[in-house]
Write a protein that binds this ligand. Sequence first.
Ligand SMILES: [Zn+2]
Length: 282
Amino acid sequence: MRIGPYQIHAIETGRFALDGGAMFGVVPKNLWNKTNPADDENRITLAARCLLLVHDNGRKVLIDNGFGHKFNEKFSKIYRTDHQHSSLERSLKAVGVKPSDITDAILTHLHFDHAGGSTCKDENGSLSPTFEKATYYVRKEHLEYAHEATEKDRASFLSDDFMPLVERGVLEVLETEAFGLPGIEFFIANGHSPYQQLPIISDGKTTLFFCGDLIPTTTHIGIPYVMAYDNEPLRTIQEKKRLLTTAFDEQWILFFEHDPNTAAAYVRRDERGFRLGEAVSL
Ligand SMILES: [Zn+2]
């Protein structure tokens, strides 16, 4: 798909699994299990899907980068990580791009399943940026929060994912909803984690919204489907309503980072509320 000067590619970086109850909050399992069947440990399969924007001028912008490769066996078992399905490197290669070609790495937020691919470990255990020529971007207040996360969400922030970027001086902090490239701006969502920056890519005719952890799967289009991981679930509900109203009115394409089956789709609306619309192939 093309939007303005950008060629758009969905980049699958792997599959993993999280507790279905935590993913759907107060919604009973007999409802969510129909669309997202749980395994014998109650986990549901999730994508770690990123977005690559290739600008006509050669800039290559990657939005999020999955959970990466730095984890140990215990982590892998808890989250059922699966790189046989896909990996960042293989998916980039399939569209003719190498990690060293990435010029701009936008991080929506610093949770390990979004920013884990930012750094890699060599055989001596030393960490370095995966995208050696890229500038990384995160919202200023979110980085500050990551250093002092609460006991509820501390486990989602792994300093190895972002401190090497800070130390090398390649992590640029953003302070507004603007981004330095045309056709990209941010929707700031605070319910899941403070100052999650979610890209809106638009040329005035076609608009694509990167849902991140505001609407992680198509099932989360339903307003009460809010993750137990969210710090402020009522705020998430307000943000989802605001976003989905605009997305429906203006016919935006929604891009789902974690949905195992659907990468992108429109939203529709009926008397019962917002619903998944027609799928879009990127
Ligand atoms: Zn998150």
